[in-house]
Design a protein around this ligand. Structure first.
Ligand code: ADP
Ligand code: ZN
Length: 689
């Protein structure tokens, strides 16, 4: 081997640790820059890999086996230096092979060892713009066109044609007709480094004082051009979106890009719409419901510097936003920011790391910040900005409790059976709402099919003595099992505290839907959960028809609790607050508080005042009592004390180790040995604080 050969260090996109050294053929050297995709011989075939840099030398054993890089797949790096740095951190922090992590940061079209040509062709984007005064009601004879117009209005007037066709198959034909009628304008933009058009549309006449103060603090921090993390703590309806918009506008005026993460695009079309309305085609939308090619178009537009704002779900944390100046995480408490397989990252945490590496501003926004974020604010690591009032002095909804212990069946033969899910007060409130032609949301957090147990007298659900986490009933063995420490006991006949009858509750959204339909035959009832809205299209449809008031009562899981802004909703009912509380999760109390507060925040966002009814067997449970008192600070104060006492996060870190194997006995033996070895090394939990 000649001494002039350059040594290239690459990460191979395979489940193998470490970095590999290859020879860089002279002809390829000029095209190699960090982050470029390459193809290398690997094992018996070839593999996608990422060039990381040149090495000065290598041990003779490596040099003897050195193979050359096959091909360079990009003309310019697929991954920008800041994204490579972020992924390096993530691979290390979450213990994932670097090459696979880098691959996970790419959109699907680039994550195999293909040349860049497909991607290079995707350089024009077709847009549809609806006339601002278009009225979908006038199109009732042409439902397909009506749907397109409604969609466009819902997303701020303008959308990519590909996106429309995806959401509403056949949309292209409807758009043609709408264009002929003059209701829609069709344009094309070429993906090239141009300044964005269409800036400066809808904007509110005046910011509220709270918004003004927040924008001022954030833009001042932006101007200091250094890493500054903020918590924007604003109640539901306080107008956080407008604060993000003005901040991003400020960043754009300074020539910088912005990254905005949201929990789930299909559930937050309004936020995307507002960004589109304000920044036009300068916004790339990144979410999993897009077809691969569409996602690639958006992603390439960012990478080529044609588009400067990315709005997307958790995976957008790796988006190649040019000259990043601001990172926003909306609804930062949301569980969907956690990726649960392969590279198991938390996008909110990576957002802070990314901002740190880019020396820029990061804003975590929520009405119910996570305890991790709150604790960071309390320790002075993050600056907390508070917006305690709704815009326009709209009142917060009135909160009421329905104590289900008082509603339980009293006849002896009915004891221990489930009460009807619609209590008398809830039935009355629903009747009144429907009479007035207003809308209602009924919320039940029912995860999976786990039945949970609650004492009908004291309202307690049974908890593990060691972990203070709710026990799960395993039906076949009739055992109560702790999913944290594995401890179990047979299901007792009576409540161990008060001797009351233990109810096994198995209500789900389907049953509530049926009961409402039974009780109110004239009402239009629909269900929103993973079964009813299995596709993004179905979900968009459901939300759109609820917004058009074609549905009176929407029954759903946490999908109804997200940041929706439906002005017609005046009644929100939490059918069984206890079901969230009974999650076998140390965060159950926090999640319950957040869920209840978020779902309550859907009520009374229009001109009519809102009412919230919370049904519970356990109204004294802290998250429920504090939520009814609208006391976030008090709840957090107590919950942080409990977390500290039990050494749960944010006062410790939890890691899950998964052991895979082909032989059950061997795997079990190794797992036990590993657990014993680790237990001997770790300090006892309480000492870890
Ligand atoms: P949040 O995200 O804090 O729950 P939103 O950003 O959805 O609140 O704002 C709630 C509503 O108030 C939206 O309909 C929004 O258009 C409106 N809004 C926001 N800021 C103002 C303002 N300064 N004046 C009037 N209306 C506003
Ligand atoms: Zn336990």
């Amino acid at each position: 081997m000649s001494s002039t050969v350059r040594l290239a260090v690459v990460a191979v996109a395979r489940p193998v640790g470490g970095e590999y050294t290859y020879a860089a053929p002279e002809a390829l050297v000029p095209r190699l820059s960090p982050g470029v995709r390459v193809r290398v011989p690997f094992g018996r075939g070839t593999s996608l890999a990422f060039f990381l840099g040149f090495a000065e030398g290598a041990p003779q054993s490596v040099l003897d086996k050195l193979k050359p890089i096959d091909a360079v797949l990009d003309d310019s790096p697929s991954l920008t230096p800041d994204v490579v740095a972020l992924v390096r951190f993530a691979a290390q922090h979450y213990r994932h092979p670097l090459g696979e992590a880098l691959k996970a940061a790419l959109p699907p079209g680039l994550s195999d060892a293909q040349q860049d040509e497909v991607a290079a062709k995707a350089d024009t984007i077709s847009w549809a713009q609806v006339r601002a005064d278009a009225d979908p009601a006038l199109l009732s004879r042409a439902p397909a066109q009506q749907a397109v117009v409604s969609y466009l209005l819902a997303v701020g007037g303008r959308a990519m044609v590909d996106e429309l066709e995806h959401a509403l198959p056949g949309a292209k034909a409807s758009l043609k007709r709408l264009a002929e009628r003059g209701l829609v304008t069709l344009t094309k933009t070429v993906v090239a480094p141009t300044v964005a058009e269409g800036l400066g549309s809808v904007r509110h006449a005046a910011l509220t004082d709270d918004q003004q103060a927040a924008v001022q603090a954030l833009t001042a921090a932006f101007d200091s051009r250094s890493f500054k993390p903020f918590l924007l703590h604003g109640v539901t309806g306080s107008g956080k979106t407008e604060v993000y918009l003005q901040l991003v506008e400020h960043a754009r005026a300074a020539g910088r890009g912005a990254l905005v993460l949201v929990p789930e695009i299909a559930l937050t079309p309004q936020l995307v719409g507002r960004f589109r309305a304000r920044f036009g085609p300068d916004v790339a939308v990144l979410h999993s419901a897009l077809k691969d090619r569409e996602r690639l178009v958006h992603w390439q537009a960012l990478r080529k510097g044609a588009v400067h704002i990315a709005v997307g779900v958790r995976s957008a944390i790796f988006a190649p936003v040019p000259s990043l100046g601001v990172v926003v995480v909306d609804e930062e408490h949301d569980g969907s920011f956690k990726q649960e397989d392969k590279l198991r990252y938390h996008a909110r945490d990576l957002a802070v790391v990314r901002a740190q590496k880019a020396d820029c501003l990061v804003v975590l926004g929520s009405a119910t910040p996570s305890l991790e974020t709150l604790e960071n604010a309390r320790r002075g690591r993050y600056t907390r900005l508070v917006m305690p009032r709704r815009v326009d002095d709209r009142p917060m909804p009135k909160l009421g409790l329905v104590d289900l212990r008082l509603e339980r069946p009293r006849t002896p033969e009915n004891r221990g059976t489930e009460p009807p899910v619609l209590s008398v007060p809830l039935r009355e409130a629903l009747a009144q709402t429907l009479d007035k032609g207003q809308q209602a949301i009924l919320f039940l957090n029912r995860r999976g099919h786990a039945t949970y147990i609650v004492c009908e007298v004291c309202g307690q659900s049974l908890k593990c003595e060691h972990c203070d986490v709710c026990l799960t009933l395993h039906q076949s063995s009739r055992r109560l099992v702790c999913h944290y420490c594995g401890d179990w006991k047979p299901k007792p006949a009576k409540c161990p505290d008060c001797d009351g009858t233990l109810l096994e509750l198995g209500v789900g959204t389907q049953r509530i839907e049926a009961e409402v339909a039974d009780a109110f035959p004239a009402a239009r009832v629909a269900r929103l959960d993973r079964d009813a809205a299995s596709t993004a299209e179905r979900l968009t449809d459901l939300l759109a028809s609820f917004a058009r008031r074609e549905i009176d009562v929407l029954v759903g899981t946490q999908m109804v609790a997200k940041g929706h802004d439906f002005p017609g909703v005046t009644l929100v009912a939490v059918v069984l607050a206890d079901s969230a509380l009974a999650m076998p999760d140390f965060r159950a109390a926090e999640r319950t508080f957040q869920l209840l507060t978020q779902v309550a925040g859907r009520a009374g966002r229009g001109k009519d005042e809102g009412q919230v009814l919370v049904q519970s067997y356990n109204p004294d449970a802290p998250p429920i009592a504090r939520m009814l008192a609208q006391d976030y600070d008090g709840f957090c104060e107590d919950e942080l004390k409990r977390r500290r006492a039990l050494a749960w996060p944010p006062f410790s870190r939890l890691a899950a180790l998964r052991v895979d194997g082909t032989s059950p006995e061997l795997t079990a033996r190794h797992t036990k040995a590993l657990a014993a070895a680790l237990a001997a090394k770790l300090p006892p939990p309480s000492a870890g604080v």
